[in-house]
Design a protein around this ligand. Structure first.
Ligand code: NAI
Ligand code: 15L
Length: 271
């Protein structure tokens, strides 16, 4: 039985979830129905036990248009989720996100929640004075992957200004069942907080394009979560610190000049 976690804002019930077969998509398939959403699933990979899921590539305009018809909002996760050769990023992440927005515009969808990434600003250095990093830092991609997320955020701004599609771009840290590295003690977004953040982003009363950081309430976090609180009412409840003892026993603390500690994007700056 689905646990009731909240309710959608009026008029935001049917949600197209792209990338639904992936890691974050799997977390959201579990959590979003608890907030009252009806999900339409889209991924180029088949999803076991989901006979109604649309199995198609973002490049398939007909399938994308059919999946988009009648939805109230889109949560766009589909794409390559790591560094890859530029031609692959160009097709899946840059052209794919353009196609997604074009389909949303044609269908009259008014809200997109876009899975951006910390790697859009990955070369941002940790402030020496212990200050936190604001969401208004300039784009500093650390990879072609991060560059495509910068494009996605700017595309979202264009479609907001020109076509009135409001977008919340989530600069997600590390969304996994548990933090896997010492860096992730700072960057972790728990699956439950991911559900809270996406629910808040679908329903927030706003126009235009807004970027927020997507991490949990991590003791070691160094990114500003206030814009997410203020704009969306996103209140993270988890903290990666409960995994600190185990991870530090295995790996030890990071040196301050280790890219995993020094840069927001960690080791992506070294690829
Ligand atoms: P994932 O790699 O597990 O899932 C991505 C899904 O997109 C896959 O199921 C794949 O089949 C699908 N996909 C890829 N190209 C496609 C295309 N051309 N057409 C249709 N489907 C396509 O990635 P994950 O971890 O679930 O991430 C989801 C989104 O969140 C991605 O956009 C990723 O860049 C972003 N993100 C994830 C973070 C994380 O920690 N998991 C951190 C920051 C951003
Ligand atoms: C991302 O953007 C990736 O999709 C994910 O696999 C993680 O590597 C994450 O960033 C991270 O920075 O930990």
């Amino acid at each position: 039985m689905t646990e009731v976690l909240g309710t959608p804002r009026a008029g935001a019930r049917t949600v197209l979830l792209t990338g639904a077969a992936g890691g974050v998509g799997t977390f959201l398939r579990a959590s979003l129905p608890g907030y009252g959403y009806e999900l339409r699933l889209f991924d180029k990979a088949p999803i076991p036990d989901e006979p109604e899921a649309v199995t198609a590539d973002l490049a398939d305009a007909e399938a994308l248009a059919a999946a988009m018809a009648g939805v109230d909002a889109v949560v766009h996760l589909a794409g390559i989720s790591l560094e890859a050769p530029f031609p692959d990023i160009l097709t899946a992440n840059i052209e794919g996100t353009y196609r997604l927005y074009e389909a949303a515009r044609a269908a009259g969808v008014r809200r997109v929640v876009y899975a951006s990434s910390n790697h859009a600003v990955g070369y941002t250095e940790r402030p020496a004075d212990g200050a936190i990093v604001g969401v208004d830092v300039p784009h500093r991609p650390d990879t072609y992957y991060g560059l495509a997320k910068c494009f996605g955020e700017d595309l979202a701004a264009l479609y907001a200004d020109k076509h009135g599609i409001s977008t919340v771009s989530l600069r997600i840290g590390s969304c996994f069942a548990e933090p896997r590295t010492v860096r992730m003690l700072s960057t972790w977004l728990s699956p439950a907080d991911c559900g809270r953040l996406v629910h808040a982003s679908i329903g927030a009363e706003l126009s235009g394009h807004h970027a927020v950081f997507g991490i949990s309430a991590n003791t070691r976090g160094w990114w500003d979560l206030e814009p997410g609180r203020r704009l969306l009412g996103y209140e993270p409840l988890d903290d990666a610190e409960v995994y600190a003892e185990k991870l530090l026993a295995e790996h030890g603390e990071l040196a301050s000049d280790d890219p995993e500690s020094r840069y927001l994007g960690g080791a992506f700056t070294t690829f």
